[in-house]
Design a binder for this molecule. Structure first.
Ligand code: UDP
Length: 407
């Protein structure tokens, strides 16, 4: 039977990281084989966290850590509050009323009644949505809060409310040095990473790519400029369209904005609808969940954009770089951790700069190729999932073993 690439054996990574690295990972995992670990977040679908947890939880099992992945449940008003919290943690204003905080706390109380987290040896909570869960348990093992958001300037009022919760955790993980906070909890930096064998990232034949693009009537007669992102103001879809329109005065191309809607992000559909009136023959907006289309677009594009205004890390940047496509990214959050300006892509701080770099890349094929080669090498060196797995193993094994009763 043909292997769809949904579950790849960890041994496949040897071709990218070498045997010694894989042996080292297995050796580090040996003392914690059988450890029961749970990851908890708020969506199985859409966004970088789900994208990471899917393959990471499988890899953890493949090295013998009994890892589960569970979701909290909530209704629209809960996710509307948590999206406001997400935005405020990235620096937006928030009208933080008692009613909103009550919805947040009460929904998590219900979730806690259904989730028996004391049966695990390590609990890993992702992002602010399930953060408050910890208040409903008497801890019997280390709890880790993994925050994927750009925390460089969190809204002070919200942070004041969240900090005492964060301090109940035994460790906090962020994606970059500048996201660390003044809280009494050890903080680690883990940058996200990609699964090179997934349907989104594996190599595709020209026929595969053409089939996907044809399916959505995406023309390939002109070079493609692509942004793949949830429809979210922080991803600046309007800035992308504006930059493209300026660039097109000099070089002709087709823009494709592909987005999906995460189940924990109620703002997405409205933002997509607002953009739709700008759709035209050469500006194509697609709201679909199609992993293979993401792969085909990131590969086929002459230029990938990630013109974010805030960005925790930006897995879409990593994914495009892995495919050897140069990325023009906003100079914010996690994007400069991946792109070194002018070397393996471009960093921009305005619509005008984005337009200028689009034009340069569209006009200069050798530049595109050189940057693409360096982009892929960056991902190979720093952003494959086995690196992240090893960081988690080190962290999980690092707590005192008295917490891990099965030893
Ligand atoms: N994504 C997708 N389809 C879309 C838009 C996004 O599969 O239409 C994926 C994208 O490929 C990436 C993830 O969602 O894997 C987004 O992660 P990122 O870190 O870039 O941003 P986030 O959504 O977490 O802010």
């Amino acid at each position: 039977m043909e292997h769809l690439g949904v579950v790849s054996p960890i041994e496949k990574y040897v071709q990218h990281i070498g045997e010694a690295a894989l042996e080292r990972i297995f050796k580090k995992a040996r003392p914690i084989r059988g450890m029961r670990v749970v990851h908890i977040n708020s969506t199985f679908d859409g966004g970088g966290v789900a994208e990471l947890l899917d393959p990471l939880s499988i890899l953890m099992n493949q090295v013998g850590i009994e890892t589960e992945w569970h979701l909290i449940q909530g209704e629209l008003d809960f996710f509307s509050v948590t999206k406001k919290m997400h935005n405020a943690l990235q620096g937006a204003d928030m009208h933080q009323t008692q009613r909103k905080m009550q919805i947040y706390e009460e929904v998590l109380r219900k979730n806690a009644m259904r989730m028996h987290l004391n049966r695990y040896d390590r609990v890993i909570i992702h992002d602010p949505q399930p953060l408050f869960l910890i208040n409903h348990y008497t801890k019997s093992c280390p709890w880790i809060w993994r925050c994927h958001i750009d925390l460089s300037r969190p809204n002070p009022t919200l942070w004041k409310y969240l900090a005492p919760m964060v301090e109940k955790y035994d460790a906090m993980i962020v994606s970059a040095e500048q996201y660390k906070q003044k809280v009494k909890v050890p903080q680690r930096i883990f940058m996200p990473a990609i699964n090179p064998f997934s349907i989104k990232n594996k190599s595709l034949t020209d026929e595969d790519m053409d089939e996907r693009l044809n399916h959505y009537n995406i023309p390939t007669d002109l070079p493609l400029v692509v942004q793949v992102s949830r429809f979210d103001v922080w991803k600046d879809p309007q800035g992308v369209i504006d930059a493209f329109k300026i660039a097109r005065r000099q070089v002709d191309a087709t823009l494709v904005l592909l987005g999906n809607v995460a189940t924990d992000d109620p703002e997405g559909p409205g933002i997509y609808k607002k953009l739709l009136n700008q759709q035209e023959e050469r500006i194509i907006l697609i709201s679909k969940d199609d992993t293979c289309l993401v792969n085909a677009l990131q590969r086929k594009a002459a230029v990938v954009l990630q013109k974010s205004l805030r960005e925790g890390f930006g897995l879409t940047v990593t994914e495009a770089m892995w495919k050897g496509t140069p990325v023009v990214g906003g100079n914010v959050g996690g994007i400069p951790l991946q792109i070194s300006d002018g070397t393996n892509g471009f960093l921009v701080s305005s619509v005008a700069e984005a337009a200028d770099r689009i034009v340069r890349l569209l006009k200069e094929q050798p530049l595109r190729e050189e940057m693409g080669v360096r982009a892929r090498a960056t991902v190979l060196e720093k952003f494959l999932l086995t690196r992240l797995l090893e960081q988690y193993i080190d962290l999980l094994a690092g707590f005192e073993t008295r917490f891990f009763l099965k030893q």
